[in-house]
Design a protein around this ligand. Sequence first.
Ligand code: CO
Length: 146
Amino acid sequence: MHLERIDHVGYAVTDLEEAIAYHRDLYDLTVVHRERVERDGVAEALLSVGESYIQLLEPLSDASPVARFMQRTGGPGIHHVGYGVRDVAAVLDELKQQGIRLVDDHPRRGSRGCTIAFLHPKSAMGVLIELVEDPTLGSHAATLDA
Ligand code: CO
């Protein structure tokens, strides 16, 4: 298994516009992508930092996993870390063989056209980990073609 990079760090925030303004004013970071991800119950903004991103996540409702995270932890903070991999399906197979507990047994669609899957924090040293396959960075299929 090979991790290519830290794709993003996901922050739970209560107010997306306020969080965007904070990062713009303090760090001069700009928004490169915005999306409402209904399935995960969040409004997302991606801020570019080098070859990685800060992913700001505002819950769309109290039932959103990000809202529940903030209820549990007492407020905004680091919600998850996204590891960039070439082939989420292949990494999931390896993790299953090693008995690692997963949130997503199968790869699924994430934001910005990525394929993603989450590992369970109980099997990941207490940190929610997301695997991210970004098709714009060269997919597994593209690698095989090369
Ligand atoms: Co993420």
